[in-house]
Design a binder for this molecule. Structure first.
Ligand SMILES: Cc1cc2nc3c(=O)[nH]c(=O)nc-3n(C[C@H](O)[C@H](O)[C@H](O)COP(=O)(O)O)c2cc1C
Length: 271
């Protein structure tokens, strides 16, 4: 186990915080990092740090949080993939700095957050996250929430990943023999909305084709929440490859592989 995967394994959604404002020096470090974040799509993602008390912000699934970060993107092509990639990059950095966090795309008073973030006409703010030190114990509602979405489990390699096309499930053994285990595992353990794990990957030689398996209820008039999950998956895959000193390159060029119903091509990493 190397590099990014180690950090990804330590990650979990944090919904119970310790009631303290994070240290200013740590927050400043995160804010500085936020300014440097880019994604392979060249989509600009804007981050706004919000004091919960000042803006009277809260979420029904959270306790003890003092600060939020909201992420905003323009309505443009590939906005969701770029958004997922960039916001996950920020949240993984937050975790590295000791700040627990959780993607929140549904359980929040959306208008209040949008107003506090200064959302413009041509922009959307699909998700926000609290930032802070995790509480010593999870709140009862956090424990229930994790049970409800089976947050501690994930689908198997064979269900998520394929060899050549969708007719041949990819095994852990194949992944290990082909030096892809850590990279695929980094995707498998990623966060996703309602833990639906909509990412599917077809490995074809030195290419990893990423697909989205749509579930009902994730499309809004402005964006597809599950495509944001795909952006998160792309970030996890690329980050693990980079920590193995590989040089994955993203392209969007549908290889024309037959897809099951409700499964759409998203992007390819060549490594
Ligand atoms: C795009 C996105 C939106 C999410 N929205 C919410 C939300 O509104 N409320 C919430 O409590 N968790 C939300 N989550 C967190 C997921 O429920 C969580 O990642 C998943 O259950 C797996 O648990 P884990 O992150 O602890 O591994 C969201 C996650 C993602 C990626």
């Amino acid at each position: 186990m190397t590099g990014f995967l180690e950090l990804a394994r330590q990650r979990r959604s944090v919904r119970s915080f310790d009631d303290n404002m994070p240290e200013k020096a740590i927050l400043d470090q995160l804010k500085e990092f936020a300014e440097t974040i880019t994604n392979p799509y060249g989509v600009k993602v804007r981050f706004v740090f919000l004091d919960a008390k000042e803006h009277k912000l809260s979420s029904p699934v959270l306790t003890g949080e003092k600060i939020y970060v909201s992420a905003i993107v323009g309505k443009e092509s590939h906005a969701e993939e770029g958004y997922g990639y960039s916001f996950e990059k920020l949240l993984m950095k937050a975790q590295e700095l000791g700040l627990g966090n959780v993607w929140i795309g549904g359980t929040m008073p959306r208008e209040k957050f949008e107003k506090a973030s200064g959302l413009a006409e041509n922009e959307v703010m699909p998700c926000v996250s609290p930032l802070g030190a995790p509480a010593k114990r999870m709140s009862v509602k956090e424990t229930l929430m994790r049970k409800g979405v089976k947050a501690d489990t994930r689908m198997s390699f064979e269900e998520l990943f394929f060899e050549g096309d969708f007719s041949k499930p990819l095994t852990e053994r194949f992944a290990k023999e082909n030096g892809l285990y850590d990279d695929l595992e980094a995707v498998r353990i990623a966060p996703s909305a309602v833990n639906k794990q909509p990412w599917r990957i077809v490995i074809d030689g030195k290419k990893a084709h990423f697909y989205e398996k749509h579930d009902k209820g994730f499309l809004t008039p402005d964006y597809d929440l599950q495509k944001i999950d795909l952006g998160i998956a792309l970030y996890h895959f690329e980050s693990q490859m980079l920590s193995e000193m590989r040089a994955p390159k993203l392209s969007v060029e549908d290889p024309g592989i037959n897809t099951p119903d409700g499964v759409d091509y998203v992007a390819t990493y060549t490594f």
